[in-house]
Design a protein around this ligand. Structure first.
Ligand code: HEM
Length: 291
């Protein structure tokens, strides 16, 4: 784990930290998605052929898609380079899987340790009377939203971000001994910033910055703006934000509709497992029961 982290921190000089396991892991991941790349290419080849082939491909794909949007097919319509298809596929899988799992684990880690929050959330979930939550219902579950925002604040699944300056520029703050002067950034510099630290700053969040307190989000005076960036911001903001939140709300509600009681089965303090994403080192060990 340490090796993988150090290699990541080396940035463009990562090759100076050789790691055989990394090469094997990359190979494994690429082989895993190859089947999907082949499918995308077959779909594209069929499209490129005669009108009859095209008609058949459309028919087959309609059958397969059943009216759904199929990412792989859309990708294949636009891209023919297999390496690019592979990398685009991998990046969506990486971006969407461990992040959402990390958010759910951060949230459930806290729910198991905060009985009052669990009770309050249960009361909100009970208002659904056991019904499946619709998208509209999810949008109106205020306390659930507060809990998820608080989990994203304390345990951001992407704890560190970086950007490369595409031209010489000046940032309004960050320079000088107190960090309040403008800061010159040279073209091609890599800027690395810690979302994790920013989300725990007492000057932004108050003295209880380290506590899990979803109620803080009910305060209309709390307007963190660019100080709360679990999904990044700007032109490269996370594309899956709404998807990830909907999934997290839905899974949480459905579990809570089945189980009334939660018990923490792991009394170790929070420790990060840090790679590109971050989650709990010890996993999240909770006991759930119906009554
Ligand atoms: C809780 C879950 C998630 C978190 C915390 C998260 C966080 C992030 C962050 C911090 C970025 C970088 C933004 C930046 O550079 O400013 C990002 C980018 C991205 N995310 Fe997510 N993400 C989550 C779920 C998802 C899901 C479910 C998907 C897709 C199904 C997804 C797709 C992407 C993509 C494609 C990008 C790259 C966007 C670009 O570079 O233009 N993410 N995400």
């Amino acid at each position: 784990m340490l090796d993988a982290m150090a290699r990541n921190r080396f940035g463009r000089l990562y090759y100076m930290w050789p790691d055989k396991r990394a090469a094997a892991a990359v190979k494994y991941c690429r082989n895993t998605v190859q089947e999907y790349v082949d499918r995308a290419l077959a779909y594209r080849r069929a499209q490129d052929k005669t009108p009859e082939c095209l008609e058949k491909a459309e028919k087959d794909s309609r059958k397969e898609e059943k009216g759904h949007y199929v990412f792989l097919h859309e990708l294949a319509k636009q891209i023919s380079d297999p390496v690019r298809i592979r990398d685009e596929t991998l990046s969506v899988l990486f971006a969407g899987r461990d992040t959402t799992a990390g958010l759910l684990s951060g949230l459930w880690y806290e729910l198991a340790r905060n009985a009052d929050v669990w009770r309050k959330l249960l009361a909100e979930v009970d208002e659904l009377d056991g019904e499946l939550p619709t998208y509209e219902v999810l949008r109106n579950m205020k306390f659930l939203k507060y809990c998820v925002s608080e989990a994203l604040r304390l345990h951001p699944p992407v704890p560190i971000l970086s950007k490369v300056a595409i031209r010489d520029t000046v940032l309004p703050l960050g320079g000088g001994p107190d960090g309040k002067a403008p800061l010159f950034v040279q073209k091609d510099s890599i800027l690395v910033y810690s979302i994790y630290s920013m989300h725990r700053r007492k000057d932004i969040w108050g003295d209880d910055a380290a506590d899990f307190r979803p109620e803080r989000w009910a305060d209309p005076g709390l307007r963190p703006g660019w100080a709360f960036l679990p999904f990044g911001g700007g032109p490269r903001v996370c594309l899956g934000q709404q998807y990830a939140l909907t999934e997290t709300y839905y899974v949480t509600i459905r579990i809570m509709q089945h189980f009334r009681k939660i018990e923490n089965r792991d009394h170790k303090p929070w420790m990060e497992k840090l790679s590109v994403t971050c989650c709990s080192w010890n996993g999240v060990q909770v006991g759930l029961s119906k009554a």
